[in-house]
Structure formats: structure tokens, C-alpha cells
Design a protein around this ligand. Structure first.
Ligand SMILES: [Zn+2]
Length: 725
């Protein structure tokens, strides 16, 4: 099987369920939210009601080619008149109904409208009317959010405010207005609640009374209850929306794949939430952190799309982006970075949700610099929707993504995180080396999914269940390449360290129950010269950093590099050790069945994430390329800062190859990307290609048997080509 080149299995599955259909003959049952989404959200503040002109919003939407508007409906502030005791109508409505006006104006022009609701909390005045509708701390005090002004009294997943009350509002909106769906902003509740409704739910769920407080012994119990409560809540709201018809969409605010703290505190993860959403928007801002603005990786938006496709390939993946992490909504986002950010997402087959703007529409903002920034890109999306909307990432190399492992060793701060930095480091290397990759989601792993790939990377995947271990072992036995790092399979599901790797036999090493750390003069010594050391010359030592899990190789395991014990750097006269030799493997290779396993006892991804070290990159790339023969780019002079994407539409049998130029813009405030001239490369595909069609930019494309040769004279921001027969 593995000698034949496979696409992502999801491509095949899509083909199976949609057999005998093509673009001209789309199944009539396809709902609007299953097609390309070009969404604009206007974040309305209360005074935006003054002089609100729905027609000018529609004109902006039309000029910018968006097809869906997300607009404030109700919850914190209602943008329609209402006489209910707990509602708080916008003070500036002056008898108008803005939701009715904007919905009517959009409907007339065939623009979809999603109503935004938000029930994260209420100010003191409303709280005092029905305090028992809201969340209670273990000491009986009300749960208060201090990050809002005024402070908000928070509700909980089981209480009256988020349930009976909110459901009543949702039904009212869907009954009164012809909206196409509901966007539940701030759907999550933080931590636990001791209100009577939550206690009752806990009793029904567990069979015993809720403990009076949280401590280390029952931490997991509360965490599991949060997950249950979050899922129960999403399911309830989803069902409420669906009472109004399958064409009404439900989506909720779910944070990115790299946000483990949010997942732990609220019980809401992407995999679970995706079951109850009609398409998959994911918060995806260029910057992160509330304390200081930090830039995410240039490939972050594409990662989100790849990941969402692994969670559910049949739901539209969408990046939701706004200005400056919402801490500085009033000024424009870095324009060139934002354009590349959106190109990355489109190139990997994603839709967009533009939430950059405060106010009625972008032309009315204090800062209008972003108002027309994406116009040409959104137009390009619309024009080529049929190429992109159902195309899925093509890859033979997959990163295994495990929410369980991220729960154990993931952290939102990179310095103390030992999961996401390892994952993102691998991604950075694959992107810089133009290796097509995707994700396999641990919750969706099965034999079929694994059959579609050649190489599986387990980045510090500390917990693996028995089922996962069986499937991964079978994958290697059948001829797959496994790459694992650090403490992979060294923990149980409670986050406790085991005596040995559960995958020990497959990895070809046994854990020696010792971890070494090194920050300076920490090296690997090359033990053997083979293709895993390719492109490394004139050195016996290689870079190393951070942790090494000391282990003993099994007979038959070939040790490629060994750890050199760490020593101090100062004073330089004394910075040496007598003996650099140890028998502690850092990189090793082991044959198992028809396959091979490459194990790194350090965390190469994490090292690369922080240092971009070329020794580490070389070892990682060599491990992926070892015996690899799938779809790939060869004979290439593409710089590392230009990212390549390949997606495939199985109905039209069409590949879309795209390049995004990030040169000079990543992590700097440069106004423009630096253009790259004379790019040349070969794309190896599993089948012959006869025709090409340049979609964006120009290139000389020569279609040969089983490969395509491309010469791009100049790339400024983006290049894209469709390849088909
Ligand atoms: Zn409660």
C-alpha cells in the first residue's frame, strides 16, 4: 500500500460520499454554510445606533464582496426594542429596530445574516433582579468578571440565565427576524459553579454530591464535569437553533488549537465543539497575549485550517481575525502581515471572518486604513470559490495532535509549555522546507486515516491510550515511518509519569528514569554517518538544548547521535570537559516490521521554535525525508520564508498549488513583503497533469508525466495555480 502515493484519506472519503457529482451538478442538499464563507463582522458599540444606515453597510459589503454579515443582536445590549424585565435595549435606538433594518437590507441583496448573541454576564443592576440565575463560588459569593467595565456577574452552564432566559431570546430572534444563523459570542463559562442547578447536574452526572471545594484530589473530577457541562450546553443551544430548520447555522466562539488553558478552564475544546457547529470558525489573531503584543508564527492561520480539516473535513474551516488581539481594536492591524495571514488561510482551503472593525461599517472608523485592505483578496476568493471551497490539504506527512497530551504538558506561555512549542517547531521546519503536511487528530485516528500517510510525527505526545498505541504500532508494522520525540507515551491519562515509554518496544529504547537539562554547552555527538546526517559536514558536534530523556537503546537500534553532558560557559578557560562520550542516545533509528521509527530523546521542535537552529532543522528534515517518496517539491530554490500549499478537490480532480511570500514581514513592521525573483521547482504528483491555469500571478508551468515544473519570474505576495486533466 505504502509504495503507492495517497492523498489525505479525507479527500477519498469526500469522493465516496459525493460520488458521481461534479461542480456543475452539486447536490441540492448543500447548505449555504457548507460553501465558501466570506464573512464580515461589525462590532457595534451602543452609540453606533445613532444614524445607523443599514444601506451603507450593505453597500460596503457588496463593494468588498463579502457574502455574510455577523451583526449584534442581543444579550449584553439589545439592538432591537424589547420590554422584557431583564433585557437591556440600546439607549440610542430612538424607537428603531436595527436588527430588523439590517436584516431586511441584507436579505434584499442576498447577503446572509448571522445574529450575534452574548450572555457572558450582566451588570449589577440586572443581577440584583435575579441573583439566583447566576454563578456562585464555593464560598457562596457571586462569580464576578473583573475584566469588563462595569464588572459583570457571570452565569454558568446549568443556570437559568444561560439556559431558559438565553434560549427564550434566541427563539425570539429566530422567530422575529429572517436571520440565517446564530453566533454565540463568549459561549464559555470559566471554572466551576456551586449554584443549585450545577449541584443538581453534578449529582445526576456523578451519582454523588458536588464536593464543597476544589482541591488537588478532585481537580480532574471538576475538569471532567466542566467538559460534560460545556458539551451539554452547546448541544442544548444547537438543538434550539435547529428547531428553526436545518438551514439555520449555529456557531460559537471557540479558541485556537494552541490555547490549552482556555480549554482546561472552560471545558470547551475544538474537537467537542465541532460536533455542534455548522461550520468551524476559530479565533485566529495575528498577535497573542494580553500583557505584551507578540506575533504568532506566519504559518499560524494555515495551521488552524489544516487542523480544522483534521477535526472535520466536511465543515468549512474559517479563520476569525481582528485587530491587535482586541486590546487595541480602534487602530489598524499590521497591513502586510494581515494580507499574508489571509493568503495563507485561503491557500490551505480556508474561509475568512473579518472582525477588524468597530462601528457600523469600516468606512466610518477613526482609523480607516484597513477598510479596503483585503478587497482584492476577497474578490479573488469569490472569483475562484469553485477551486477552493471543497479542496482539502494534500499530504503524506502528518503531525499527530493530541488534546490529551496538550492537557498534560501544554501551557499558554511558550517558556513553560512542552507541547505546543514542540508541535509548532515541527510545523516551522516543515513549512521552511516546503514539506506538505497536515494533522491527524488523536480523537479521529483509525486505520484508514493512517493508511493515507507515509510519515507520522508524534511531537512530545506524552499520553497515548491503548487504542492509539495499537493503531500506531500497526501503522509502523505495515511500513509507515514514525518519528517521536521527548516524553512520548511516558505519562498516564492522569498526567503521572510512568517507569518506561508505553511505546518502548516500537521506539527501540527504554527510559532510564532520568531527564537531563542543558542551557549552555549542551551538544550531540555524531556516532554514525548515514542519510540522517545528510547535509552536515566538517563537525563531530551538533547543537542541543533543554531536555534529554535518558534512555538505553535496544539491540538493533542504531544510535545516530549521543548526548554530551552539559558544562558551563564561563570562564572560557574552564569551559571544557574531559570526556564527551556517553551512551545516551539523542537521535536513534529502529526498524519495526516493514516500517521504521526515528526517536529523538530531546525536543527538537521546541529547540527550533526558540532558536531556529540549523543543526536541529537538518536532523528533523532528514528524519522526514528518510525513505520518503510521496507528493513533494524537489529541485527547489524557494526560500524558507515563502510557504507552499497544496490542496485537492476530489470532485473536480483538481490540485491548487499556492505560494505565500512572507519574506521581510514576519515579526517585523515592514510595510511590504520583499519580492522574490526567479523561483524554480518541481512538484511531484501521484498522477500526470495535462493542464494548468494561473489563478493569481504568472508562471511558466510545464506539465510532464507525474511531475510539474514551475518557473515563477517574480512573486510579490502570492501565487496560485490550478492543475488538472
Ligand atoms: Zn451554576
Amino acid at each position: 500500500m505504502r509504495t503507492k502515493i495517497h492523498y489525505n484519506i479525507f479527500v477519498l472519503s469526500l469522493a465516496l460520499i459525493s460520488c458521481n457529482t461534479n461542480r456543475q451538478n452539486k447536490p441540492a442538499s448543500l447548505f449555504w454554510y457548507q460553501k465558501q464563507l466570506r464573512i464580515l463582522q461589525t462590532v457595534l458599540r451602543e452609540p453606533d445606533a445613532i444614524g445607523y444606515d443599514a444601506r451603507s453597510v450593505v453597500r460596503y459589503m457588496q463593494a468588498s464582496e463579502y457574502n455574510t454579515l455577523v451583526v449584534n443582536a442581543g444579550g449584553i445590549i439589545d439592538f432591537y426594542p424589547d420590554s422584557m424585565e431583564m433585557s437591556r435595549a440600546n439607549r440610542f435606538l430612538a424607537g428603531r429596530d436595527l436588527l430588523e433594518e439590517i436584516t431586511a437590507a441584507c436579505k434584499k441583496e442576498n447577503i446572509r445574516v448571522i445574529a450575534r448573541i452574548d450572555f457572558r454576564g450582566v451588570e449589577e443592576e440586572r443581577y440584583k433582579k435575579h441573583p439566583h440565575w447566576f454563578a456562585i463560588n464555593s464560598d457562596g459569593s457571586p462569580k464576578i468578571y473583573t475584566y469588563t467595565t462595569p464588572v459583570f456577574y457571570a452565569p454558568c452552564y446549568h443556570g437559568y440565565y444561560r439556559n431558559e432566559y438565553a434560549i427564550n431570546i434566541i427563539k425570539k430572534i429566530l422567530t422575529r427576524y429572517p436571520v440565517d444563523g446564530i453566533w454565540y459570542n463568549s459561549v464559555h463559562c470559566h471554572d466551576n459553579c456551586w449554584c443549585p442547578a450545577c449541584k443538581k447536574a453534578f449529582r445526576e452526572w456523578s451519582g454523588f454530591e458536588m464536593p464543597q471545594s476544589k482541591n488537588t484530589d478532585n481537580r480532574m473530577l471538576f475538569e471532567d464535569f466542566r467538559k460534560y457541562s460545556a458539551e451539554h450546553y452547546l448541544q442544548t443551544i444547537y438543538k434550539t437553533v435547529k428547531e428553526f430548520g436545518p438551514e439555520k447555522a449555529f456557531v460559537a466562539e471557540i479558541f485556537g488549537m494552541y490555547k490549552s488553558e482556555m480549554m482546561k478552564r472552560t471545558g470547551m475544546g475544538i474537537t467537542m465543539a465541532s460536533k455542534y457547529m455548522d461550520f468551524l470558525p476559530n479565533v485566529c489573531f495575528i498577535t497573542h497575549s494580553h500583557q505584551s503584543i507578540e506575533y504568532n508564527n506566519a504559518n499560524y492561520s494555515a495551521s488552524i485550517i489544516r487542523y480544522l480539516r483534521s477535526v472535520n473535513p466536511f465543515k468549512q474551516p474559517v479563520i476569525l481575525f481582528g485587530s491587535n488581539q482586541s486590546t487595541h481594536r480602534y487602530v489598524a492591524e499590521e497591513s502586510q502581515y494581515l494580507r499574508a495571514w489571509v493568503f495563507e488561510s485561503i491557500a490551505s482551503g480556508g474561509s475568512v471572518w473579518n472582525c477588524l472593525f468597530n462601528g457600523a461599517h469600516p468606512g466610518l472608523m477613526h482609523d480607516r486604513r484597513n477598510a479596503c485592505l483585503l478587497k482584492d483578496i476577497i474578490r479573488f476568493m469569490k472569483k475562484n470559490a469553485n477551486c477552493f471551497e471543497n479542496a482539502l490539504p494534500v499530504f503524506n506527512t502528518a503531525i499527530y495532535f493530541s488534546e490529551n497530551s496538550s492537557n498534560i504538558c501544554g501551557d499558554d506561555k511558550p517558556e513553560t509549555d512542552y507541547y505546543f512549542t514542540e508541535v509548532q517547531g515541527w510545523e516551522n521546519v516543515l513549512n521552511a522546507s516546503h514539506i506538505f503536511y497536515g494533522f491527524i487528530n488523536a480523537k479521529g485516528i483509525n486505520t484508514e486515516t493512517l493508511k493515507s500517510i507515509h510519515t507520522l510525527i508524534l511531537p512530545n505526545t506524552v499520553y497515548l491510550s491503548e487504542k492509539e498505541i495499537l493503531l500506531i504500532t500497526e501503522f509502523v508494522q505495515q511500513g509507515g515511518t514514525l518519528i517521536a520525540s521527548g516524553a512520548t507515551s511516558l505519562y498516564n491519562n492522569l498526567g503521572q509519569k510512568l517507569d518506561n515509554f508505553a511505546l518502548s518496544g516500537l521506539l527501540g529504547v527504554r527510559f532510564n528514569k532520568k531527564v537531563h537539562y542543558g542551557a549552555s554547552n549542551f551538544y550531540q555527538k555524531i556516532r554514525i554517518k548515514n542519510n540522517l546526517i545528510e547535509n552536515i559536514k566538517d563537525t563531530e558536534l551538533l547543537f542541543n538544548l533543554d531536555s534529554v530523556y535518558e534512555c538505553k537503546p535496544d539491540a538493533g537500534t542504531i544510535v545516530i547521535t549521543t548526548m554530551v553532558p552539559q558544562f558551563n560557559s564561563q570562564p572560557p578557560e574552564l569551559a571544557w570537559i574531559e570526556d564527551m562520550e556517553t551512551d545516551i542516545p539523542v537521535m536513534s533509528i529502529h526498524k519495526a516490521g516493514k516500517g521504521q521509527v526515528i526517536y529523538f530523546s530531546n525536543l527538537p521542535g521546541r529547540i527550533f521554535y526558540f532558536t531556529q537552529n540549523s543543526d536541529i532543522r537538518c536532523l528533523m528534515v532528514n528524519s522526514v525525508n528518510n525513505k520518503y517518496s510521496g507528493v513533494q517539491i524537489t529541485h527547489s530554490n524557494i526560500p524558507a520564508t515563502v510557504h507552499t500549499h497544496l490542496i485537492y478537490d476530489s470532485l473536480q480532480k483538481k490540485y491548487i498549488l499556492s505560494l505565500v511570500n512572507n519574506t521581510g514581514i514576519a515579526q517585523s513592521s515592514s510595510d511590504k513583503a520583499i519580492s522574490i525573483n526567479d523561483i524554480q521547482f518541481t512538484l511531484q504528483l501521484p498522477e500526470g497533469i495535462k493542464y494548468h491555469n494561473n489563478l493569481f500571478g504568472d508562471a511558466e508551468v510545464r506539465c510532464m508525466i507525474k511531475h510539474v515544473k514551475l518557473k515563477i519570474r517574480r512573486i510579490d505576495e502570492f501565487y496560485s495555480v490550478a492543475l488538472h486533466n
